[in-house]
Write a protein that binds this ligand. Structure first.
Ligand SMILES: C[S@@+](CC[C@H](N)C(=O)[O-])C[C@H]1O[C@@H](n2cnc3c(N)ncnc32)[C@H](O)[C@@H]1O
Length: 379
């Protein structure tokens, strides 16, 4: 018998929807339309595990439970009480409620949270015929979104955001989220040609590049909330991990170079690469950008340089952009994809970008500047 389809909602950073959509297409989920910050579509329950493990640029994977209009707390309460939570949530579940109210008559987030929690507890107590729910079991996070007086209720299957791959154990100055790093690489023209991140910090961009080049699923090393649920076997995690292992290809990959001026950054980046299983594919180097001496043809550079706002001030950032511009000068066979919040970046880099795309890095508005190679040597 064909498995029943459920509504899945995949969230992602704003500006990244197109990339997440292409990932879904490549994974065999058709061409669902993107909405701001996410994509909704129908899939099987068993796809939940696969989506969590394989998506590189998504933030979380949700099961959408209901959508209904509500302008009052009474309407909110009765709408939530009508949802068959008992199909998903056991009697001992540790129920967390989180969400947002945007442009709606109901605007109080914490009051909405309490009402939704009360409605869920009432529904489950009634269905399980108990007067008290101990909440000692697995975590079940219910997310609500009230937008223009329409309430959406979703079950978070991922738990912690999917950027938490499991390899980045320590923090560095202004690290980029793993999901955004992946999006930058997927937006670039990188396809198993030589690669460089000259401001690699804790190694996020080169590690994500190595995971992409080897077709290694980013979620193979982490935990998910759904794995602790009573129906965990429905998500077919073992089959997904088998598929993920089968897809890994590590042969004949051109080098991935990663450098940074700071030796502590490179030490950390090496530890992270080790944990992610790709350390043999990345050539790390302590090196200021102006001393980089790479002769590779058809290099793709994807990088997140200093923005001139924290440890490295505006003058340092300007010098970084000028130095990077200098090493890329006259390399018509190289491409560069650089994310920064500096609106005058192109002037300092010394070239006008072929394209720009607005993206948010930790809620800071940035642009990704695209400089495509003009000649392709045996690519
Ligand atoms: C925004 S951080 C990069 C963070 C990195 N993407 C990560 O996820 O950890 C910028 C990096 O540029 C490095 N940096 C600053 N000036 C540099 C220079 N002149 N040459 C090379 N690296 C430099 C800093 O040490 C820092 O690690």
């Amino acid at each position: 018998m064909a498995e029943e389809k459920i509504k899945i909602s995949v969230s992602c950073a704003s500006g990244v929807e197109k990339v997440t959509k292409s990932e879904l297409k490549r994974l065999g989920y058709g061409d669902p339309p993107a909405i701001l910050g996410g994509i909704n579509f129908f899939a099987r329950v068993s796809d939940v595990g696969r989506l969590n493990v394989f998506l590189r640029t998504a933030d979380r994977v949700y099961i959408e439970l209901a959508e209904f209009p509500a302008k009052t707390f009474d309407e909110l309460y009765s709408g939530v009480t009508a949802i068959p939570f008992e199909n998903y949530i056991p009697k001992d579940a540790n129920i967390i409620v989180d969400g947002k109210c945007v442009k709606s008559t109901i605007y109080a987030v914490s009051a909405s949270q309490s009402i939704i929690k009360k409605a869920i507890v009432t529904r489950l107590s009634d269905k399980y015929k108990v007067s008290f729910l101990p909440e000692t079991g697995a975590r079940y996070e219910i997310d609500f979104y009230i937008y223009h007086d329409v309430v959406t209720i979703k079950l978070n299957t991922s738990g912690a955001g999917l950027h938490k791959r499991g390899y980045r154990k320590k923090v560095w100055i202004a690290p980029i989220k793993e999901t955004l790093a992946s999006a930058l690489i997927l937006l670039s023209d990188y396809y198993k040609n030589p690669f460089l991140d000259p401001f690699c910090g804790s190694g996020t961009i080169p590690i994500e590049a190595a995971l992409i080049a080897t077709d290694t699923a980013p979620g193979m090393m982490r935990d998910f909330d759904f794995l602790h649920w009573k129906n965990a076997k429905d998500y077919k995690f073992d089959t997904v991990i088998e598929e993920a292992k089968d897809r890994i290809k590590r042969n004949n990959l051109p080098p991935i170079f990663a450098s940074d001026i700071d030796n502590k950054a490179i030490k950390l980046a090496k530890e992270h690469a080790e944990l992610s299983g790709v350390s043999d594919l990345i050539k790390f180097n302590v090196c200021p950008v102006d001393k980089i001496d790479i002769k590779e043809k058809n290099l793709t550079i994807v990088t997140n340089p200093p923005y001139g706002e924290r440890v490295y001030d505006a003058a340092d950032a300007k010098k970084c952009y000028e130095d990077l511009g200098f090493i890329c000068k006259n390399r018509e066979d190289w491409s560069e994809f650089i994310i920064t919040s500096d609106k005058n970046f192109e002037k300092k880099f010394g070239k006008k970008a072929d394209r720009k795309r607005k993206l948010y890095n930790s809620e800071k508005e940035c642009d990704l500047y695209y400089f495509y190679r003009k000649i392709k040597e045996n690519l």
